[in-house]
Design a binder for this molecule. Structure first.
Ligand SMILES: Nc1ncnc2c1ncn2[C@@H]1O[C@H](COP(=O)(O)OP(=O)(O)OP(=O)(O)O)[C@@H](O)[C@H]1O
Ligand SMILES: [Mg+2]
Length: 371
């Protein structure tokens, strides 16, 4: 799939902008603070409905306005789809081919996006919460059912924790109610665990080769740390998990929290037996996250029979020239890629020749080159 064009109104530092993209590689270059990341962000918002940055959504609206509007034309196989996202400070409206789409889950699988930004180092370095957010966004793009079950899970989890709060405040404990709530919560948990495991298993089919192609080091893998700590294929899985929850009832009640569940899951990056978070260099960590994302392309290709749109924001920092070239070789396939850079010298002449190049200055495209 690829994005043919995008129109922005009052998005970040853009008042009005129309860009037509190339099917292959597109390069957006310009000095700092001109709007390169904002343009990638707008593409991400068009596909995923929210920003890839951890921000208050209000900041997406141009400071001189009170709404933003993004419209894009997507081509998938032989078909075109028009997507629209409108937002102001009270509402967000999603449209697909002019029809209003009420459920985010019905919208987000239309346009698949993989983004890589310098902040993604957080996927390795930061807290498990960031890694879970990554899993949730990515698996939701692959399977819209995941988005639904994960939302249900979050609601049930809140209900359970709120119930504990009421007990602490003096409400009488209804054991049957708590067991029922816990049972439904576990049903959802098992679906989430299994889908997360399946996703990471698939990543592991591809990531070792990709990491080796770029870094010339073998033994790369990702390990899912499922918080339930039970083999997901074991018999009586639900009963076993239920027993764990029962063992924790007292603690959970005291803390008004749920101590096990998908909201405690994590995953780790390894090079042989070396945990990359603890022992990897900055470059190794950066390439590890990039590898994770490039592996996803293969998943989309093989399981959705489509290629996602790849957004690469300033990826060349902290990667030496040799690895940069290995990387460019890797992405130069049948996939639409939109790259930002402050310096065209970062990109080899051959790639430049086959790319569509945009110069961005102060929220405007000042030059558009097709070589
Ligand atoms: N809501 C907004 N309204 C107006 N301007 C905004 C808004 N949000 C961000 N900006 C401005 O957009 C400008 C460009 O930001 P952006 O992150 O896209 O820069 P960039 O070209 O990626 O720069 P760098 O090379 O430093 O990453 C910044 O000057 C920022 O102040
Ligand atoms: Mg930027």
């Amino acid at each position: 799939m690829y994005l043919k064009n995008i129109k922005l109104t009052n998005f970040r530092n853009y008042n009005k902008l129309t860009v037509s993209f190339n099917k292959g590689i597109n390069i957006i270059y310009g000095e700092n603070a001109q709007g390169k990341t904002n343009l990638l962000e707008s593409i991400y918002v068009l596909g995923i409905t929210k920003s890839h940055r951890n921000i208050n959504e209000i900041s997406l609206i141009n400071q001189n306005s009170n709404y933003f509007f993004i419209k894009g034309k997507l081509k998938k196989d032989k078909f075109y789809t028009d997507l629209e996202v409108y937002a102001d400070d009270v509402k967000k409206i999603l449209k697909k081919d002019s029809d209003v789409i009420k459920k985010v889950s019905d919208y987000i699988s239309s346009m698949n996006i993989i983004i890589f930004t310098p902040d993604d180092l957080d996927i390795i370095k930061s807290s498990p919460q960031i890694r879970r957010k990554f899993l949730d966004t990515e698996i939701s793009q692959l399977y819209s059912d995941y988005y639904i079950v994960n939302n249900d899970y979050k609601k049930l989890l809140k209900m359970r924790n709120d119930y504990f709060k009421k007990i602490i405040k003096g409400k009488k404990l209804d054991k049957v109610y708590l067991d029922t709530l816990t049972s439904i919560l576990i049903d959802k948990s098992i679906i989430i665990y299994k889908m997360r495991k399946k996703f990471i298993d698939k990543i592991n089919l591809y990531c070792n080769k990709i990491y080796k192609d770029i870094m010339k080091l073998a033994g790369f893998r990702i390990v899912y740390r499922c918080s339930c700590d039970i083999d997901l294929n074991s018999t009586n899985l639900k009963e076993k998990i239920f027993k764990k929850y029962q063992d924790k009832y007292d603690i959970d009640l005291r803390l008004a929290a749920t101590s096990i569940g998908p909201h405690k899951d994590d995953f780790e990056f390894y090079l042989d037996d070396l945990n990359i978070k603890l022992y990897g260099s900055q470059g190794q960590q950066r390439v590890a996250v990039l590898t994770l994302k490039l592996s996803e392309i293969e998943i989309f290709r093989n399981y959705k029979h489509n290629t996602p749109i790849l957004l690469l924001d300033d990826i060349f920092s902290e990667i030496d020239n040799e690895k940069k070239n290995n990387l460019i070789k890797y992405i130069k396939k049948d996939i639409q890629t939109i790259i930002t850079t402050t310096d065209l010298n970062n990109i080899d002449d051959k790639t430049l020749e086959s790319s569509k190049i945009f110069k961005i200055h102060n929220g405007k495209i000042t030059r558009e080159v097709i070589k």
